[in-house]
Design a protein around this ligand. Sequence first.
Ligand SMILES: [Zn+2]
Length: 213
Amino acid sequence: MIESEGVIKYRLEFEHAGATDEDLQELNVWRSILYNLGLIGQHPELYGGYAYGNVSQRSRSNPEHFIISASQTGQIPDLEQQHYVTVESTDIEHNLLHARGPLQPSSEALTHAAIYRLNPGIRCVLHAHEPKLWHYGLQHGLPSTDPSIAYGTPEMADAILQLYRSGQLDQQQVLVMAGHQDGVISFGNTIDDAGCAMLDLWMQAQMELLAAD
Ligand SMILES: [Zn+2]
């Protein structure tokens, strides 16, 4: 079964707090690019009308934490500090997440956590939804998680770990979630690296479409 966006599946321990003072400017610039390409957004006819796509960066003040766009912010063109929330700890195996901020974290926060856990050098994770990228990735054998695996589950975290260990994510830090309609993820050791990995895939898919015309 292919599922889409919106439903939070983890148990959330949430502390209501003010906005983070972390510098999110670069992340916001990249998010704007993805939003303008339609890789993040909201459409009444897509994914049950839920907003889709989310971005995060590892905290500079505490590398154990990461800062992620809040749940259902995909439709907002430009995010501000109050649209982000800090994830302070996660227990992926038990689907538990502790977060602090003005709004609750994205439903995909556990998947972001699974990627940060792969390597302390990873600074940024971007999650987008786009049918062209998704189909392109699947057709061209990009690293992908199994169609039976739903987003935001311990199984997804494990599948990502297996992909990483297999070396499939060494070259291009992009993966396709075959069981999450149109879902793709990029990550990198800098925010730019994660953004460029996503744009690279977008370019490849675009070029193929033009060539097919
Ligand atoms: Zn998604």
